[in-house]
Ligand binder design. Sequence first.
Ligand SMILES: CC(C)(COP(=O)(O)OP(=O)(O)OC[C@H]1O[C@@H](n2cnc3c(N)ncnc32)[C@H](O)[C@@H]1OP(=O)(O)O)[C@@H](O)C(=O)NCCC(=O)NCCS
Length: 140
Amino acid sequence: MSTDGLCFRAGDDIPHEDIVAILGDALGGQGAAHHEAVQRLVATSTAFVLVDETGTVAAAAGCPSKEGWTIRAIAVVQGQRRRGLGTELVERLSLLVDGPWLLAETDSDSVGFYRGCGFDVTNLGEVYPGVERFACQRRI
Ligand SMILES: CC(C)(COP(=O)(O)OP(=O)(O)OC[C@H]1O[C@@H](n2cnc3c(N)ncnc32)[C@H](O)[C@@H]1OP(=O)(O)O)[C@@H](O)C(=O)NCCC(=O)NCCS
């Protein structure tokens, strides 16, 4: 993927609602409760984004943790997925945050993305009825 014209920025430089709009797809649910949950997540996290000439195209929100830095949500705008932007955001994050580990917990829909980014994946089993969860970690 060409990274020409792609900027990695702190989320503080971007309108909060832009980040909320992108990260909405990373959290299950819909309606007002879903919107509030995403707003709360963004307000209580450190966010980073990728911006191109069209605007903000990807966002990640997370926080420092005992083992390193935990990605709480990551998303790429619809229509721009499977072009390497999610991977690029993870790579830029890895250069910036403290290790030793970059961590995430996800479901079966997104675990392929984390595997594709080189994370080691542990199946946590059916954490909620019918919902398998996966712990993902990659050394920084
Ligand atoms: C998950 C997400 C962030 C991935 O971003 P992306 O820019 O589309 O991912 P990339 O193009 O960097 O993908 C890199 C590799 O990861 C894997 N991958 C990506 N998305 C995948 C998916 N949905 N299922 C399986 N593997 C996937 C592939 O191996 C892919 O390489 P390929 O396209 O050459 O096959 C994006 O699909 C998204 O925004 N999804 C909605 C929000 C979400 O579910 N977030 C994750 C939970 S927090």
